[in-house]
Design a protein around this ligand. Structure first.
Ligand SMILES: Cc1cc2nc3c(=O)[nH]c(=O)nc-3n(C[C@H](O)[C@H](O)[C@H](O)COP(=O)(O)O)c2cc1C
Length: 401
């Protein structure tokens, strides 16, 4: 068998052991039912992927009714979702992968259409600086407390439904990041203001999830956190802000910190003179406190090796796990030559990609998806460039459509 460190098992602080250090990235598929319940298409998708990556993280799943950001995403905001969530956890675990539910609230990255006429909510009454986004209503103090509780309730449901853990989605411009950002949070109460106060919301969510796990979990249960280390907007989250938050996270029983990047070897977007890899900065900061997950164009076994050599403990793979659900098996079987690095439209059905997901992929990620019949493109589409899910400034040029 080929020697790759990413094929080694790993045991998290909570006691959960994964078979390898490849993670299927959280991927919104829009294939669920309109009411937020799990659909047969999703079960098929997750069964197809089980037993390859050691850990599979679901697409973002909304903890509040008004926190829905995409059609067809999992809802976790009511006990009635528990049966479907149980089926989804079983599908992911069917061939041995660990099942992690990504819990989030979209905040202002939604629409009155997605919310069926209900209010879009956020930290402040400021629209996302993207074309076509509506102005949200600022959550009241009471609603902020309820939203924090919703993250805890979603965690309780995940425990009850047999998941191996939750990932708190503090990245990609959604509500937790909206509270952390000086751009979207201009509140004057205890949830806004200087850096210290803008950390209150993310830390309160972590605290709530932590106490729910302590209260309800009777088996090892993972708590992970995903962060976007910078925003390109002015004002916006700086690397110094992100380091300050991570410093606080070091005091928490986190099983991992996942850094969301469009390119794993990217340097600062805000400071072109800063040549140190963002990954290295956070690896150096956290030391042994918890393992680092990194995502961003990890495609080949050599890329995963490189991410681990650069200090990440886990390699998170998004588009490549869509193109190749049997990537880990092929590496283990010394069959790397058969790994698919391009996406053929003719393979969509075999890959479990049904129309809503296919449309979502082709609309938002066509260039990075590498469609085999498209003209060849630069392999490093997001190198030192904010990817669509990272920034409120989407670049049509980089979407390729
Ligand atoms: C179709 C698609 C859906 C995504 N959905 C989510 C999501 O629900 N939650 C999340 O944190 N990131 C999401 N992302 C970002 C990925 O998790 C990952 O960080 C990103 O794709 C970079 O990794 P890659 O270059 O290996 O694809 C999504 C990305 C894509 C392409």
């Amino acid at each position: 068998m080929t020697e790759h460190n990413f094929l080694q098992p790993y045991t998290f602080q909570s006691g959960v052991t994964v078979a390898n250090r490849i993670v299927m990235a959280p991927l919104t598929q829009e294939m669920g039912n309109a009411d937020g319940t799990v659909s047969p298409s999703e079960l098929r998708w997750y069964r197809l992927h089980s037993g390859d990556a050691g850990m599979i993280i679901t697409g973002s799943s909304n903890v509040s009714e008004l926190g829905k950001g995409f059609e067809g995403e999992f809802g976790v905001w009511d006990d009635r979702f528990i049966p479907g969530l149980r089926d989804a956890a079983s599908a992911i675990k069917s061939r041995g992968s660990k099942a992690i539910l990504q819990i989030f609230d979209a905040g202002r990255i939604s629409s009155t259409k997605i919310l069926r006429g209900h209010d879009i909510v956020s930290a402040s009454e400021i629209a996302a600086p993207r074309e076509g986004y509506e102005t949200p209503r600022a959550l009241s103090g009471e609603e902020v407390l309820q939203t924090i509780k919703n993250f805890g309730e979603a965690t309780r449901r995940a425990i009850e439904a047999g998941w191996d853990g939750v990932e708190i989605h503090g990245a990609n411009t959604y509500l937790i990041q909206q509270f952390f950002s000086p751009n979207s949070n201009q509140r004057t109460d205890e949830w806004g203001g200087d850096l210290e106060r803008r950390m209150h919301f993310p830390l309160a969510v972590i605290n709530e999830v932590k106490s729910v796990i302590a209260k309800y979990a009777t088996r090892p249960f993972i708590m992970g956190y995903r962060i976007s280390p910078e925003e390109v907007e002015e004002p916006g989250i700086t690397l110094a802000d992100a380091h300050a938050l991570v410093e606080k996270l070091k005091d928490e029983p986190l099983d991992y910190l996942s850094i969301s990047l469009g390119y794993a070897w990217r340097t600062s977007l805000r400071d072109e003179n800063d040549k140190e890899l963002i990954l290295n900065k956070f690896v150096n900061q956290v030391g042994d406190a918890f393992p680092i997950f990194v995502a961003g164009q990890i495609i080949t076994p050599a890329d995963a090796d490189r991410a681990l050599n650069d200090g990440a403990t886990f390699a998170v793979m998004g588009l490549e796990s869509i193109r190749e659900p049997h990537w880990v098996k092929k590496v283990i079987n010394n069959d790397e030559d058969s790994i698919r690095y391009e996406f053929s439209l003719a393979d969509a059905e075999e890959l479990g990609i049904e129309p809503p997901f296919l449309t979502f992929l082709l609309r938002g990620f066509r260039k990075a998806l590498r469609v085999s019949t498209d003209p060849k493109i630069d392999a490093n589409v997001y190198q030192n460039m904010a990817a669509p899910y990272e920034s409120t400034k989407r670049s049509r040029e980089y979407l390729g459509n």
